[in-house]
Design a protein around this ligand. Structure first.
Ligand SMILES: [Fe+2]
Ligand SMILES: [Fe+2]
Length: 206
């Protein structure tokens, strides 16, 4: 019998054919989203371990974080690739990726419901100004709060790396994460994240 493909970062093989279909679409059509998902899952795993989540919980956390932007596969190329800032209509369209991702992941049989919740709520903000449901504080599912931090941290690293030497990238990203505490992030989770040593975070910082 053919061995199942192990494609999730640090996890066991996704057994559902539908999962592999979407993972392959991400990899083939949007390599940047695929590699971003991989790094976000890795950062989330480090934070989850700091929270002493069980291996089963970590596996579901990684899966949700890896797939968090899967809905972007359905976005028009013109929006994803646009170098200039998006206009209001384009921004609203892009925001639909959270709901589309939820629909995609909810349609895959056998996945833990926490995975779809992570995908849906990864753009919710601690102060209630995020999307799609404007959830606030601890109403936001824990894994989605973790994903928000890991997602933002990866974007910060990529952005900072463009204009900063590699030794200072992590320092600057840590500082920006702290600044976002009051509005965007769960401060307790950020504290745990900032305790992760540089040598572990730096693996993914380029
Ligand atoms: Fe997203
Ligand atoms: Fe993302």
């Amino acid at each position: 019998m053919k061995e199942k493909e192990d494609i999730t970062p640090g996890g066991t093989a996704l057994e559902e054919t539908d999962s592999l279909y979407w993972i392959r679409r991400m990899r083939n059509e949007s390599p940047d989203i695929f590699s971003h998902g991989f790094r976000v899952a890795a950062f989330a795993d480090l934070l989850g371990r700091g929270l002493q989540l069980s291996e089963r919980e970590l596996e579901n956390l990684r899966r949700g974080c890896f797939l968090h932007d899967v809905g972007k596969v359905m976005m028009p190329d013109g929006i994803l690739a646009k170098p200039q800032p998006l206009n209001e209509k384009e921004r609203k369209t892009l925001e639909l990726h959270a709901v589309l991702g939820d629909l995609i992941v909810s349609g895959i049989s056998g996945l833990d419901p926490s995975i779809a919740k992570t995908v849906r709520s990864h753009h919710e903000r601690w102060d209630g100004t995020g999307y799609p449901d404007r959830l606030r504080g601890e109403d936001i599912p824990l894994y989605a709060r973790i994903c928000r931090i890991a997602d933002a941290f990866d974007h910060m690293l990529q952005e900072i790396a463009i204009h900063t030497n590699s030794r200072e990238v992590l320092i600057e990203a840590r500082s920006r994460l702290k600044q976002g505490c009051a509005k965007q992030f769960d401060e307790n989770l950020v504290t745990v994240f900032l305790n992760i040593p540089d040598d572990k975070l730096g693996v993914y910082s380029g």
